[in-house]
Design a protein around this ligand. Structure first.
Ligand SMILES: NC(=O)c1ccc[n+]([C@@H]2O[C@H](COP(=O)([O-])OP(=O)(O)OC[C@H]3O[C@@H](n4cnc5c(N)ncnc54)[C@H](OP(=O)(O)O)[C@@H]3O)[C@@H](O)[C@H]2O)c1
Length: 176
């Protein structure tokens, strides 16, 4: 299969490129500011705020599967609007799409959450992620939304370091 990994230069994207390649898939990975270092993939510049850029990449790659692991923190045009634009393009080109969301769409007020739980974000980042997944599912009925919590790995992720610092009492604050 041909995968388009949007945000392939990021923390999650780097591992996805590695695993997809190891599984024998062809990948094209995107970056917004700087290509990643992996030589296992083909790199393309993609800014999800730019519909023309997106259409050019989709038209060239024609992926069977789009995996969206881009992140623009709380920046609404990137984090909320960008994935919806991407899902519309995936529908246009007949691609499946997996959109990676976050448990930040929930306030944490409830003890248990499941797939039927409605978003009640309390941060701008959570609100943008909630808007994105709602829009993605509306414009691409076969889209898959995967909500993750903290992604851990090699210890160099900003988010992972922040959580370690918070749990160790080295700093105060909320995530995002
Ligand atoms: N990390 C976590 O613990 C965690 C927890 C829950 C959910 N998530 C979700 O998992 C996904 C991956 O997170 P991550 O930590 O791997 O993110 P990340 O390391 O911050 O990587 C973000 C990626 O998005 C790209 N990007 C930034 N602005 C863009 C734009 N306007 N258009 C297209 N691409 C853009 C970046 O490209 P450049 O680097 O070139 O700018 C980079 O490739 C995100 O959707 C995030 O919300 C992550």
């Amino acid at each position: 299969m041909t995968f388009l990994i949007v945000g392939g230069s990021g923390f999650r994207g780097t591992e996805l490129v590695r695993q997809a390649s190891a599984a024998g898939h062809t990948t094209v990975a995107t970056y917004a500011t700087k290509p990643g270092s992996s030589s296992l993939t083909v790199w393309r510049h993609l800014d999800l705020r730019d519909a023309g850029n997106l259409d050019a990449v989709m038209s060239e790659v024609r992926p069977q599967l789009v995996i969206n692991v881009s992140s623009g923190s709380a920046h609404w045009p990137t984090t909320a609007e960008g994935p919806i634009r991407l899902a519309m393009a995936a529908a246009k080109y007949g691609s499946r799409i997996v959109h990676v969301s976050s448990d930040a769409i929930f306030s944490g007020a409830d003890v248990h959450y499941d797939e039927s739980s409605l978003p009640d974000p309390v941060t701008p980042y959570g609100a943008a992620k909630a808007a994105a997944e709602t829009g993605v599912l509306a414009v691409h009925p076969k889209a898959t939304v995967a909500r993750t919590s903290l992604i851990i790995g090699h210890g160099r992720s900003v988010h992972e370091r922040l959580v370690h610092d918070l749990t160790a009492g080295l700093r105060d604050g909320i995530l995002f």
